[in-house]
Design a protein around this ligand. Structure first.
Ligand code: PNS
Length: 160
């Protein structure tokens, strides 16, 4: 059976923690659509176009992974793309409260779309886009936290 899943987020920028989830999920679904949120509540460093372009570039090696942007309700986007599952990464117990609330709300909005939680490699459990941006903006090294392309794009962005 062809099962499509969406992996939504702000991806500002994509980290090795995100990529770990992408790698794990691509073996389970016929297609994984990375869904980049148009207007994250948090102030985005990269524009939507940049976040999509960087994510596409980093995931080019995975033929079953595609990148799309979305706005509006996630469950509506999932339905439009024919996705049956929403993938979310759980790094720590502190993620769980918010994620559970979202999963239950999304189920209330659309019973047909199932939320699936995946756990990244333990060495990535402390990685977040927000911390990566903070460290990079203060001149720290983000090597090993993001793909080399993202390191480069962060340097360029923060120098401009
Ligand atoms: O990477 P993030 O910022 O944690 O991702 C949050 C995201 C994109 C999953 C969430 O903000 C979202 O789904 N936004 C779309 C709007 C929506 O459907 N809201 C209702 C959620 S219950």
């Amino acid at each position: 059976m062809d099962i499509i899943a969406v992996y939504p987020g702000s991806f500002d920028p994509i980290t090795l923690g995100h990529l770990d989830i992408v790698e794990r999920s691509r073996g389970l679904f016929s297609k994984v659509i990375i869904a980049v949120l148009r207007n994250p509540q948090k102030n985005a460093l990269f524009s939507l176009e940049e976040r999509v372009e960087i994510t596409e570039e980093v995931c080019r090696i995975y033929p079953e992974v595609e990148v799309q942007s979305f706005d509006g309700l996630l469950v509506d986007f999932a339905e439009q793309t024919g996705a049956r599952g929403i993938i979310r990464g759980l790094r720590a117990p502190t993620d769980f409260e918010y994620e559970l609330q979202m999963a239950l709300m999304n189920r209330r909005l659309n019973e047909q779309v199932e939320t699936l939680f995946m756990v990244p490699r333990e060495t990535h459990t402390f990685v977040s886009s927000s911390l990566v941006k903070e460290i990079a903006s203060l001149g720290g090294s983000v090597e090993g936290l993001v793909p080399p392309l993202v390191e480069k794009r962060l340097r360029e962005k923060l120098a401009s």
